[in-house]
Design a protein around this ligand. Structure first.
Ligand SMILES: [Ca+2]
Ligand SMILES: [Ca+2]
Length: 431
């Protein structure tokens, strides 16, 4: 058999006499194994040869592990064993043993030693039968030199006997990055330390997210507001916004729009004001003016069309998230009841197909209204409810089966002041 030498294995050049010699040595070890008639032996000639070639790890090298699944019949353990040496294992293709020996692999064990084939059958609560992954086929391969793990994975992954092979790593505990924004210590929504009677850790774990990424400028976030006439903009030139806000930015400014945009994108760790969840994010802001006469059916339809066109415009600007903290109200209902617009639903559906998700506040009707739109529109909408600093549902937050997530939204520290109403939807924009 002509051995196949992985090119990434240090000290071996493909086709070289050195590589052939080392694998020939591995084959000799197998020959010794065969001569022992199944009795495991540890041939001395091969380790000595490999040490001489500099292939074995020095005594100080850390061991590594590879997680793998082999196809049926390609790898076997001795009866009753969940762990064995490379010599005790049985292979459908002996070339695999050569390959593992070339990397100095000394042992293989079942990753889930207590798993049995019956574990693959599961009956769900509704009686539905499910087939789960067969965990008895997961094995862990010990590699004495962790520097060879990646090369071994590459070498195994291309083989027909192997389903997959990947390195076994370790988990790292997330650290925190605390920004220097002077109002950050009041932003319990981002980092709740129990300030003002709150419950510690009822927050969105922003410092942990910032440890990984402190704000991303792209893709841009869209913000759509339904504002009272005259049309209002965002204070884009404020020092905490920089030049990252575009769209409807002409005065007069809307306090609500500033609060929404600030919660999402106020610059973080710049020594000014608050910290934004996605500090410095590029914002494309659109405001749509309410119909002058909400009782006029023609104007209501026009208003829905303007909202739909604004969503389409926001998607055209490359956004992936569209913040909508407004609700549609009925034009012929004396108590401003909920209203569903098929025009707006179609725009949301189109945005979803183009990889843009509408994030919508459930509404401030508490238990008085069952649902509002667009939060309850279904596909393409992430509906957000509100909780307060202790983790309880905000009194004003609506409820319903369409809810997707809750986020801090009551008495959160906003752009310029304390915000009493629902800003949960702004805090649901995780970076
Ligand atoms: Ca936390
Ligand atoms: Ca800031």
């Amino acid at each position: 058999m002509e051995p196949v030498v992985p090119s990434c294995l240090p000290g071996i050049e493909v086709g070289s006499r050195l590589g052939v010699a080392s694998l020939a040595g591995a084959s000799q070890s197998l020959a010794a194994f065969e001569r022992s008639k199944g009795k495991p032996v540890r041939p001395l000639t091969i380790p000595l040869l490999l040490v001489g070639l500099g292939l074995l790890a020095p005594p100080t090298a850390a061991a590594g592990q590879v997680s793998a699944v082999f196809r049926q019949g390609e790898l076997g353990f001795p009866p009753g064993s969940t762990r064995c040496s490379i010599y005790e294992a049985s292979f459908g293709n002996e070339e695999l043993r050569d390959r593992l020996l070339a990397f100095g692999v000394d042992s293989i064990f079942r990753t889930f030693p207590d798993a049995v084939p019956a574990d693959t059958f599961y009956s769900a609560g509704a009686g539905l039968g499910l087939r789960l992954v067969d965990r008895t086929r997961f094995v862990t391969i010990r590699v004495p030199d962790s520097n060879l793990v990646a090369c071994l994975c590459d070498s195994l992954s291309g083989r027909p006997e192997v389903v997959f092979a990947q390195p076994v790593g370790v988990a790292e505990t997330c650290d925190q990055r605390i920004p220097d924004d002077p109002l950050f210590n009041q932003q319990w929504a981002l980092h709740n330390t129990g300030q003002s009677g709150g419950t510690p850790d009822v927050d969105v774990d922003a410092p942990e997210a910032w440890w990984i990424l402190l704000g991303a400028g792209s893709p841009p976030v869209g913000v759509l507001e339904n504002l009272i006439a005259p049309r209002q903009g965002v204070w884009a030139t404020h020092p905490d916004f920089g030049s990252s806000v575009s769209g409807d930015i002409s005065p007069p400014f809307s306090s609500h729009a500033n609060e929404v945009v600030g919660a999402i994108a106020a610059r973080t760790n710049n020594g000014v004001g608050i910290a934004g969840m996605n500090g410095g994010a590029t914002i494309y802001f659109r405001s749509v003016q309410s119909a002058a006469d909400p009782g006029d059916t023609d104007q209501a339809q026009l208003f829905d069309a303007l909202l739909a066109q604004a969503i389409d415009d926001i998607v055209q600007h490359g956004t992936r998230l569209i913040n909508c903290s407004f609700r549609l109200i009925s034009t012929d209902f004396p108590f401003s009841g909920p209203r569903r617009s098929l025009i707006l639903d179609a725009a949301i559906s189109d945005a979803y197909k183009r990889s843009s998700l509408v994030v919508a506040a459930m509404g401030n009707g508490g238990l008085l209204r069952p649902w509002d739109y667009p939060a309850a529109s279904g596909q393409g909408v992430l509906a957000v409810g509100s909780i307060g600093r202790t983790g309880s549902k905000s009194t004003f937050s609506q409820v319903g089966a369409h809810i997707d997530v809750v986020a801090p939204g009551k008495e959160v520290r906003c752009f310029r002041e304390w915000c009493g109403w629902n800003h949960a939807v702004d805090h649901a924009h995780v970076g």
